[in-house]
Ligand binder design. Sequence first.
Ligand code: F6P
Length: 363
Amino acid sequence: GKGLAVFTSGGDSQGMNAAVRAVVRMGIYLGCKVFFIKEGYQGMIDGGEYIVEANWSSVSSIIHKGGTVIGSARCKEFMEKLGRRKAAKNLIMRGITNLVVIGGDGSLTGANMFRQEWSEHVESLRESGEITEEQYKKFNYLHIAGLVGSIDNDFCGTDMTIGTDSALHRIQEAIDAIVSTAYSHQRTFILEVMGRHCGYLALVSALTSEADYVFIPEMPPPHDWPEKLCKKLDQERIAGQRLNIIIVSEGAVDREGHPITAEQVKKVVVDKLKQDTRITVLGHVQRGGSPSAFDRVLGCRMGAEAVMALMEATPETDACVISLDGNQAVRLNLMDCVNKTKAVAKAMADKEWDLAVQLRGRS
Ligand code: F6P
């Protein structure tokens, strides 16, 4: 059978295990020899015990677990060509010609680069005698399918990344808990949520918790935001509300591109309104815990589709990313999606906020 390996890379997210499970089982079902690569790209470079054959039962009882049971890492060595050459050798030694990478945009970009260099690595490994002539002929191609695992929902091409829904559940539970104590003490709470440079988690959690104000990176507030914020909070109190909730995305910025922090917002509220105000940084709680039903199903669907895409690939097929589009699993060109995602980042860096919002929306 064809050699197929699956690994998780970058920050973990809930639902990665469901995806790993689906890849392993669909791979075995279609007659492949399936491997886990543990600890992400680092495991691929180190080889040895980090690359192990999987069987049907090795993915039993993982679908309900958060995180990734095969480990994940952000790997510096893979950024260097020599590291990627080592990784190529380890794959060839095990007859792996198909890779499923589960990770965020950085991990997927790395995978694409690896694929583009593949023939160069194979050539150099043959020249140095590290692989045989037979291996050189047999393993002259590498197929790659990416799955987007991230709580941030920051990748263009897919409606939802694996983990986002579960993170929203975590955030929601936390806000509900805070609301009850805020109510008792008539307090204002500022909640910092994750998302890196993407405001999706902040925006959705603000909507679902009836927050009074939200700060997101894609849409910086007007210059007079302190006045506008205080007016809004004041109005709510006058109308009889006993508490206020403000959500700050960790990547929030002002119109100059400078960070807007929870501390800054607190200072404004305390100085101008004298409200009893607290900050809660939700942190890694958001990335932990068991995956939601949605993320389990999403991981399963994406994982199965990735294996089918790899089995149908020809040497000319570009690396693809499996995406959710209108509730359908679709195969998109990996590099196109990476480039679109980069265009959003560029628009934000250039302070072209309207463009950033438009590009995000079209993702
Ligand atoms: O990309 C997922 C994420 O949780 C971001 O929301 C956050 O900015 C970052 O990872 C935190 O990274 P680390 O786990 O390395 O602290």
